[in-house]
Design a protein. Structure first.
Length: 197
């Protein structure tokens, strides 16, 4: 997988923060395509001109919305990994536990990156760098942890862990069955339990 270049970001003024917060609520709840700049402006208590002055385009606002969610998830994940025992099996479990807490508190409608990727089909859209970057980092994390358990099988095992994780996020968003992230965590723990280490 080629390295994903980080997107260009804008400086956040107090007004821009209000706009981004409104966009976060609306984009996540209703979808990116369903929400126009007029509605975001009304929700944020600013003019449409203010949004274009601060962000330049709706596309850039989508970048900021997703990048902010990515930064918050990354911080949550880092905290969970720091609290967990340092061995790889506990670290993998901590990733799933952090995901369960994140989804319950911040993403009840499913993963914002997966939801956005379903809407953003243009490979040149600047938000794709945020989405692809997060998923590439998750794959790298799982591959690194897998390599500490089974060095000769790190790539395959890392991909399998990512599939369990991402599948659980999708199942959570769809409400297919209760507690899919716990189910995926248990499957990951069982998989690691049989891996050579």
């Amino acid at each position: 997988m080629t390295a994903v270049q980080p997107p260009v970001r804008v400086a956040m003024t107090p007004g821009a923060l209000r706009v981004r917060a409104a966009a976060d609520r609306l984009f996540y709840k209703r979808g990116i395509h369903a929400v126009g700049v007029d509605l975001i402006a009304a929700e944020a208590g600013v003019t449409k001109k203010t949004i274009y002055d601060r962000f330049g385009s709706k596309e850039q606002l989508v970048v900021e919305y997703l990048a902010d969610r990515d930064e918050r998830w990354s911080a949550r994940l880092s905290e969970a990994l720091e609290r967990a025992p340092s061995d790889a099996r506990h670290q993998v479990s901590a990733v799933f536990e952090a995901a369960a807490a994140w989804m319950a508190e911040d993403s009840p409608r499913g993963c914002s990156m997966i939801n956005a990727r379903a809407e953003i089909t243009d490979a040149e859209h600047p938000a794709r760098a945020v989405i692809d970057g997060q998923k590439a980092r998750m794959l790298a994390l799982f591959t690194d942890l897998a390599g500490r358990v089974a060095p000769d099988d790190a790539d395959r095992l890392g991909r399998t862990l990512l599939l369990l994780h991402e599948g659980a996020l999708v199942a959570h968003g769809l409400g297919l069955f209760p507690d899919p992230i716990r189910h995926a965590r248990e499957a990951a723990e069982a998989l690691l339990g049989t891996a050579d280490g």
